[in-house]
Design a protein around this ligand. Structure first.
Ligand code: URA
Length: 189
């Protein structure tokens, strides 16, 4: 039987791609193991790499504030990333890194069994195998897909760093989070 601690231990010792070479700590993710929402970000940044925890830097504080405004408590969700180790200089993870790390995400999904996956940004959406040319095609929609034989509902929105940089996007981001909260509440697992 798989369990979240075993997944986290394997992630912490993982050397499947070159990101392990420069990482300080891998960031398995964590939170409520009975979460209705699994939040999936892109990859750890500087502070996440130092602490081994997801979304503890600036974009994490921004995310926390918007989750709270949307009525979603951080302690109620499970938060992880498409890629569990920090890419050097915070570059975007490559599709090879996303694909290599994906089995860990799928194991976490199969263990938490969230009603909804909240995919933050393009790397998270790609790790869910969503097909799109531009995030705007899928943002704000619930997409049902099958990941490794498991039916999942994915709701994609911006990565928090985008509305953080572009204040005009903040209302859309907040409305997306509110909608995700409502959808998760009304979905039986
Ligand atoms: N950005 C992410 O996508 N994930 C984190 O954990 C932190 C910043």
């Amino acid at each position: 039987m798989d369990d979240l601690e075993a997944v986290a231990r394997e992630i912490s010792a993982c050397e499947l791609c070159d990101l392990h070479i420069k990482r300080t700590l891998a960031v398995p993710g964590g939170g409520n193991r009975n979460a209705k929402i699994m939040v999936v970000g892109e990859a750890p940044g500087k502070f996440e790499d130092l602490k081994g925890k997801p979304f503890v830097g600036m974009s994490g504080r921004f995310l926390d504030k918007y989750l709270e405004q949307a009525g979603i408590k951080r302690e109620d969700v499970f938060i992880t990333n498409a890629v569990k180790c920090r890419p050097p200089n915070n570059r975007k993870p490559t599709s090879h890194e996303i694909t290599t790390c994906r089995p860990y995400l799928i194991r976490q999904l199969n263990l938490v069994k969230p009603a909804l996956i909240l995919a933050l940004g393009t790397s998270a959406a790609s790790s869910m195998n969503l097909e799109y040319k531009h995030l705007s095609e899928i943002r704000g929609k619930v997409i049902s897909t099958v990941l490794d034989g498991t039916n999942v509902s994915v709701f994609a929105t911006f990565h928090p760093s985008f509305p953080m940089r572009f204040p005009s996007k903040r209302t859309t981001f907040l409305n997306d989070l509110k909608r995700a909260g409502e959808l998760a509440k009304n979905t039986t697992m």
